[in-house]
Structure formats: structure tokens, C-alpha cells
Design a protein around this ligand. Structure first.
Ligand SMILES: Cc1cc2nc3c(=O)[nH]c(=O)nc-3n(C[C@H](O)[C@H](O)[C@H](O)COP(=O)(O)OP(=O)(O)OC[C@H]3O[C@@H](n4cnc5c(N)ncnc54)[C@H](O)[C@@H]3O)c2cc1C
Length: 420
């Protein structure tokens, strides 16, 4: 069998390794001392800590679902839950997505928003719907009032970037694109949102996304605490990793694409230029705090207001009771954009609802990729340069795509077909 090396044991690396293993001898190299990448979890005195966010699973793609459920017993090993997200505005909980729950806002806000939406509807015939960037898209679809109240501050906070520089293609298919008529109707008939990707989701009965990591790792050859720092081509034309400590016929890179210019040691001008063109792509990190909280029935609580540095609370303790084994209360993860110092976070926890008690902290520098115009074509050019050497990019930070787990699996499936 030919040898494939997969760099990174996140959901992308674990998925492609399984898919390749009928044709290749596969070795996974992982720099961390634990597999899982962004989806790994720790137990803190019995409580489950999703160190980055709180990972739930679903997909709209039947082939992805089929592949995933080959590895798990859906009914025995997973719980199915309906999303119950809320937005905290002026100390009041409003339904999510906000545009369907305008009737829950103070009357003056509702009036201004509805008047604007109706006006937009009247003018719709003349409207150019090819928005150039994310900000214009949000204002064009939801109006200035909703943008000011929620979409502007929330998105600027979570992405920590000027969203007028973000091209719309980036989020295509990942955002609901409601029509104004639908928004107005939803508010009259009070229809619950059911078309969002995670309107309902699956969650492991035990150990959250760590359960997914553990199952997909079974039987795989994973070399932990192995940081790939050097990739070259040897005299026989094989890929050589870290000066020959591993040789491969095929290499799948699931790490951060920006690091590749320092790692690839192949003397090829076009490849070098392509690597350098992506070396400075912008991204955003998150700081997460595992907390005890008072009970509620919410899954996600969004915090758009600028007075909060945190942008959401994920009530992971509501996803499965087994997540709260170290407390007689519930647990949740409070997510802050970027790197925050502990004191700031501790201070803020006091102003958030639920009498939060911090249990553990984590900072993840790579959580949100930010695409600008031209990013996709740079990545696509790099992919074709790397393919000359049997090196392929896969995953959120390798392909620089805003993937959820299901999209990472879908991309692994597409790559697997390409390599067959
Ligand atoms: C806050 C947040 C919440 C999210 N919630 C959800 C959710 O609810 N549902 C969902 O489906 N998705 C969710 N996602 C998205 C999901 O986390 C990602 O799609 C997925 O984890 C990406 O996996 P990956 O394998 O592509 O990358 P990663 O998980 O980043 O894996 C890359 C791996 O490569 C390793 N590596 C990097 N460089 C090297 C090197 N040089 N040598 C060796 N190893 C290396 C890293 O250590 C890491 O383990 C969320 C993401 C965030 C940030």
C-alpha cells in the first residue's frame, strides 16, 4: 500500500484518514498531545468543557449524514434536540432569529423596524440585490434599524473585523436569506424558525464532541505531540516530513495554511509565491470560560450589546445531563471574541445572567477565519501548486473556509473522490 500522511487530527484529519484507509497506509501527525483540534473537550472535576464553543452536529447533506452515522449508533449514542436560541437585549430575552420576533421588542423599536421594512418592500422593485459585502447585505435585507440594534454590533463583535470588507460569497449558504414578506408574516403568525442548519441537532449522550473524536480515532495510527515543521521532496520523489522521519506518497494538510510558507521546503518559485500570498490572512480567536449557571432551557444566548465583551453563552449543560457531573447546577460556556485577560472576563461574568461561577478558562487563537475578496482565488491557486507534489489542503484553516464539522466532512468526501 502507498503511504498517506495526514497533518492534524481535527474532524477533517480524522475523517479523511478513515476515507483513505482502504487504499493507503495512513499516518496522522498531530502537534497537540490530544486528538480533536477545535472539537476536543476536557473534563473539569466531572464537568464537560468544550474548550472552543460547544459543538453540536447536523448536516443538510444526506451523503454526509450517511457517512457520519456509519460510525455511530444515532439512537443509542446521540440525543436529538431542538435549538432554543435567545438574544439578550436591554435585559430582556428575545427570540432568535431576531427578525421573526420583532413583536417582542419595545413598541417604538418594532414600529421603526416595521415601517422601514415596509418601505423597503415598496422600493424592492428598483433594488440592486447583488450586494458587495456583508454589511451592505445585512442593511439591504434587514434595514438600518435592525442593523443598528443587532446585526451590526453582533457580527462586528464575533468577527472582530470591519464587516464592510467581508465579501458576501464567504457566507453564502451559511446564512438564512429571508424575504421581507416572510419576516413580516413570521411576526404575524408567530412562526418558529425551522430552516436554520442547526434548528435541530444531534449531540452525543456522553462526552460531547470528544466522543466523536474518540470514536473516529479508533484503529487509526495517530502520532501525538508531533509538530510538522518541515516538508520536502527526497531524491526518490517521495514527500519527506521533518527531515525524513516520515515518508509519504500523499500528504493532506489540515493545519493553518498561513504556516505552510515556513514549513514547505520545496524549491519552486510559483509554489513559494502562492504560499506567501496566504501567509497573512486574518483570523480571530476566542476566549472561553466554563461556568456553573442557574437552570434555564436555552441552548444559545446571543449577546449583541457593546456593553458585553462576550458574544454568546452556550448552555452545553442543557445538551446532555452527563455534562454536569461535577455540580448540582448546570454548566455553560461563555465565549469572548479574541484574547481577553482573566480579570476582564471574571468582571464580566458578574454582569451576565445566571449567577455564573467560573470553573475553567481556554484561549484558542484560531477559531474564526476571515475572508476578503481574493482569498478564495489565492487558496485555489495554492491548491493547484501543491497538487503537483501530491499535497492537498483540507479543513477550516487549511482551506480558509467557514466550515462547520459537517462541511469539513463534506470537503473530505470531495477530496477522497478526487484522489480515487
Ligand atoms: C466557537 C466555535 C463553535 C463551533 N461550533 C460548531 C458546532 O456547533 N457544530 C459544528 O459542526 N461546527 C462548529 N464549529 C466549527 C468546527 O469547530 C470546525 O469546522 C472544525 O472543528 C474544523 O476542524 P478541522 O479539522 O478542519 O480543523 P482543526 O480542528 O483546527 O484541526 C487542525 C489540527 O491540526 C493540528 N495541526 C496544525 N498544524 C500542525 C502541524 N504543523 N503539525 C501537526 N499538527 C498540526 C492542530 O493541532 C489541530 O489539531 C465551531 C467553531 C468555533 C470556532
Amino acid at each position: 500500500m502507498k503511504k498517506a500522511v495526514v497533518i492534524g487530527s481535527g474532524i477533517s484529519g480524522l475523517s479523511i484518514s478513515r476515507m483513505l484507509s482502504d487504499r493507503y497506509e495512513v499516518q496522522i501527525l498531530e502537534k497537540s498531545d490530544k486528538a480533536g483540534g477545535l472539537i476536543k473537550c476536557d473534563r473539569i472535576d466531572g464537568n464537560l468543557f468544550h474548550k472552543v464553543g460547544g459543538h453540536v452536529f447536523n448536516s443538510k447533506d444526506q451523503t454526509v449524514l450517511n457517512w457520519f452515522w456509519q460510525h455511530f449508533d444515532r439512537d443509542q449514542e446521540f440525543l436529538k434536540a431542538t435549538r432554543n436560541a435567545k438574544i439578550l437585549l436591554n435585559e430582556k430575552l428575545i427570540g432568535y432569529p431576531l427578525e421573526n420576533y420583532l413583536y417582542q421588542l419595545p413598541e417604538n423599536e418594532t414600529r421603526a423596524i416595521v415601517e422601514e421594512l415596509v418601505q423597503m418592500l415598496v422600493n424592492e422593485k428598483d433594488k440592486d440585490v447583488n450586494y458587495d459585502n456583508f454589511r451592505d447585505f445585512l442593511i439591504g435585507n434587514f434595514g438600518e434599524n435592525l442593523y443598528r440594534l443587532y446585526f451590526g454590533p453582533y457580527n462586528s463583535k464575533i468577527w472582530n473585523t470591519d464587516i464592510s470588507k467581508v465579501p458576501l460569497e464567504w457566507l453564502d449558504g451559511k446564512l438564512p436569506m429571508p424575504q421581507i414578506k416572510e419576516v413580516i408574516m413570521s411576526n404575524i403568525i408567530k412562526k418558529e424558525e425551522s430552516t436554520m442548519v442547526h434548528a435541530s441537532f444531534y449531540y452525543p449522550k456522553r462526552d460531547g464532541s470528544q466522543f466523536i473524536v474518540n470514536r473516529l480515532s479508533e484503529g487509526q495510527n495517530i502520532n501525538l505531540s508531533f509538530q510538522v515543521t518541515d516538508i520536502s521532496v527526497d531524491a526518490e520523489g517521495r514527500l519527506s516530513i521533518n527531515n525524513g522521519s516520515n515518508l509519504a506518497d500523499l500528504l493532506i494538510y489540515c493545519g493553518d495554511v498561513r504556516q505552510l510558507s515556513k514549513i514547505m521546503r520545496i524549491d519552486d518559485r510559483e509554489l513559494k509565491d502562492a504560499l506567501e500570498s496566504v501567509a497573512d490572512l486574518p483570523s480571530n480567536g476566542t476566549s472561553n470560560v466554563l461556568c456553573e449557571t442557574d437552570e434555564n432551557n436555552i441552548s444559545w444566548l446571543y449577546l449583541p450589546e457593546e456593553k458585553f465583551k462576550a458574544h454568546r453563552i452556550i448552555y452545553t449543560g442543557n445538551f446532555s445531563d452527563t455534562n454536569n457531573e461535577g455540580t448540582n447546577r448546570k454548566t455553560c460556556v461563555v465565549e469572548f471574541s479574541g484574547k481577553q485577560d482573566k480579570e476582564t472576563m471574571l468582571q464580566e461574568l458578574k454582569s451576565l445572567p445566571g449567577n455564573l461561577k467560573p470553573l475553567a478558562f481556554n484561549y484558542e487563537p484560531n477559531s474564526y477565519i476571515i475572508q476578503h475578496k481574493g482569498t478564495r482565488s489565492k487558496i485555489s491557486n495554492l491548491k493547484s501548486q501543491l497538487a503537483k507534489y501530491n499535497v492537498y489542503l483540507l479543513g477550516r484553516f487549511a482551506e480558509w473556509e467557514y466550515y462547520n464539522m459537517d462541511k469539513a466532512i463534506e470537503s473530505a468526501m470531495e477530496l477522497n473522490v478526487k484522489l480515487t
